[in-house]
Design a protein around this ligand. Structure first.
Ligand code: ATP
Ligand code: MG
Length: 137
């Protein structure tokens, strides 16, 4: 079994659809073993997205991720990293497959409802930024 890190982004909390997103996550066989609703600080968002800091959308991304509450989660299941990427769908909702979270809910490439780790290594690093092992059950 494997764990991945997920964020339900501010567009999800704003529209009150976090339960609907969680239903798709659980429907795919992923278990939510840690979950907390937080307001990210600018410093937290900057650190979290540090790999993108040279990209033109970095400032906009940090601004968006701090524009309202988010739900940080740890998801567990078989091949959790790859499975969640599949459930999320493509970054750009216009290219997301039918049945995916982003196809159903995302508004744009920037406001795309969810984040999911892109590798097991990053999953570990991202989980550690927001959760202690003893919080995960
Ligand atoms: P995430 O990392 O959030 O799970 P991802 O791996 O599908 O999404 P990345 O390429 O890692 O996409 O980009 C990180 C985030 O940056 C995207 O989810 C999106 O919110 C934002 N982003 C990516 N490309 C653009 C863009 N061209 N314009 C605005 N925002 C963008
Ligand atoms: Mg990414």
């Amino acid at each position: 079994t494997e764990r991945t890190f997920s964020i339900l982004k501010p567009d999800a909390t704003r529209r009150n659809i976090t339960g609907a997103v969680n239903a798709l996550i659980e429907g795919a066989g992923l278990r939510i073993v840690g979950q907390r609703r937080i307001q990210m600080t600018k410093a937290q968002a900057e650190k979290f997205y540090e790999v993108h800091k040279e990209r033109p959308f970095y400032g906009e991304l940090v601004e968006f991720m701090t524009s309202g509450p988010v739900v940080v989660q740890v998801l567990q299941g078989e091949n959790a990293v790859a499975k969640y990427r599949e459930v999320m769908g493509a970054t750009n909702p216009a290219q997301a497959a039918e049945g995916t979270i982003r196809k159903q809910f995302a508004e744009s490439v920037g406001e795309n409802t969810v984040h999911g780790s892109d590798s097991q290594e990053n999953a570990k690093l991202e989980i550690a930024q927001f959760f202690q092992d003893s919080d995960l059950t």
